[in-house]
Ligand binder design. Structure first.
Ligand code: ADP
Length: 454
């Protein structure tokens, strides 16, 4: 086991990782930007090092500064959290060359899955179902473009090969708009990821987003967890996640779990990760869309429903330990739901709402977990993402009971000084279609206008 772990992240995930380290008896090092000096992850760490000014390119993405912080403090491992350097092959390489364990997959696995067009190809070759699409990346000037598009069939979605966070995507309903959509997606992808290459996929109308949490070790063992349903999205970004999916049964669960384990084996995976699929309810078919080679924001849903601490498992497997259980040992203990509470104003187009938290009441009671880094007096910096808190509930009495618990928890949550998306979540949680489990990726688009009128 490691002696000291540096957490190369901030916010709620840095706090979450720190909690696991503390329970494992591992010392922690926080890194922070100068605007995050008063952050909870800095207060709670055994040691902390300032790695640069506010902009993340100069602090949380500053590889030399982070590696120096690890060397100065004698950390033997780095946990990257999610975002920032978590899927950066160069960072994983630098850690390795400095003799520091990167708590994540091999650089080869990150590279292969980080290129979504290549990931599609690998998965297709391995027999994991993929959505019909282009064979690799495509240029707007390709003379075969029209032919390729026709073969895929409209509607088509143009997607960035380096994509993430729903950026660099365009849906095209007709061939006449295809070239322009590719050019626009390329420009957006270039600006967001420094790489403008794009590929095509058939656009599935209103599928469900179903993903499978994976845990693998360096001895070749791979286990899969019960699926998460992340269909409540805005602009292709998840807002609410739940497990199990109301649209799944044991049979489908076994099938998708097997496909996810196959996907992990295809890249000799050795840590936590998530294999994402789109699920068509009519045909009951699911298709691989991407694999995230890191811990995800929504991992607590799986932790709550199974009782397994994924961050500890991630640390154990990174330190060379073998997974102590198999897929069949994992039990679904009830139903779990997570709401991502962002510092955004839902009444004003979800505009960011930074500022100072003057007052704060956090919910409590049975079956509830709140992962957050905020506290009364905390000032939300403008430099980073707007995630303030994750509210997660679990009920052993099923989905309806979990929904009631979440409504109760949301009604207790109160923050003064900034706007949050908590009232928006309350609206979703009381929506009839949501309560019936009648939820697909177009849910917000379909229901938001009506919800706004209420
Ligand atoms: P990112 O890496 O940006 O998160 P993903 O490939 O994971 O992108 O897709 C994000 C979301 O975009 C999906 O959950 C889904 O809602 C939508 N999406 C992506 N590909 C398709 C597709 N082929 N058909 C329909 N929706 C899609």
């Amino acid at each position: 086991m490691f002696k000291k772990i540096l957490i190369a992240n901030r916010g709620e995930i840095a706090v979450r990782v720190m909690r696991a380290c503390r329970e494992l008896g591992v010392a922690t090092v926080a890194v922070h930007s100068d605007v995050d000096r008063e952050s909870l992850h800095v207060r709670w760490a055994d040691e902390s090092v300032c790695v640069g000014p506010g902009p993340s390119t100069e602090s949380y993405l500053n590889i030399p500064a982070i590696i120096s912080a690890a060397e100065i403090t004698g950390a033997d491992a780095i946990h990257p959290g999610y975002g920032f350097l978590s899927e950066n092959t160069h960072f994983a390489e630098v850690c390795e060359s400095c003799g520091i364990t990167f708590i994540g997959p091999s650089k080869e696995a990150i590279r292969k899955m980080g290129d979504k067009a290549e990931a599609r190809k690998i998965m297709g070759d391995y027999g994991v179902p993929i959505i019909p699409g282009s064979n690799g990346c495509i240029s707007p000037a390709d003379p075969k473009l029209a032919k390729i598009a026709k073969k895929i069939g409209f509607p088509i979605i143009v997607k960035a090969k380096a994509g993430g966070g729903g950026k660099g995507m365009r849906v095209v309903n007709d061939e006449v708009f295809l070239k322009d959509a590719i050019i626009a997606a390329e420009a957006e992808a270039k600006a967001a990821f420094g790489n403008g290459e794009v590929y095509l996929e058939r656009y599935l109308t209103a599928p469900r987003h179903i993903e499978v949490q994976i845990l693998a070790d360096s001895k070749g063992n791979v286990v899969s967890f019960p699926e998460r349903d992340c269909s409540i999205q805005r602009r292709h970004q998840k807002l609410i996640e739940e497990s199990p999916s109301p649209s799944f049964n044991d049979n489908l669960r076994k099938k998708i779990g097997k496909a996810a384990r196959l996907a992990a084996r295809a890249v000799k995976y050795n840590t936590v990760g998530t294999v994402e699929f789109l699920f068509d309810e009519k045909s009951k078919e699911f298709y691989f869309i991407e694999m995230n080679t890191r811990i995800q924001v929504e991992h607590p849903v799986t932790e709550m429903v199974t009782g397994i601490d994924l961050i500890k498992e991630q640390i154990y497997t990174a330190s060379g330990e073998k997974i102590a259980f198999g897929t069949d040992d994992i039990k679904i203990r009830g139903h779990a739901i997570e709401c991502r509470i962002n510092a955004e104003d839902p009444d004003n187009g979800f505009m960011p709402s930074p500022g100072k938290i003057n007052g704060l009441i956090l919910p409590g009671g049975p079956g509830l977990r709140m992962d957050t880094h905020i506290y009364p007096g905390y000032e939300i910096p403008t430099f980073y993402d707007s995630l303030l808190a994750k509210l997660i509930v679990m009920s052993s009495n099923g989905r309806e009971s979990a929904i009631k618990r979440m409504r109760r928890a949301l009604s207790e949550f109160s923050v003064d000084g900034i706007k949050t998306t908590a009232p928006f979540h309350q609206q979703v949680l009381t929506n009839d279609a949501f309560c019936r489990g009648d939820v697909r990726t177009d849910f917000i688009e379909k229901h938001l206008a009506v919800m706004n009128k209420k």
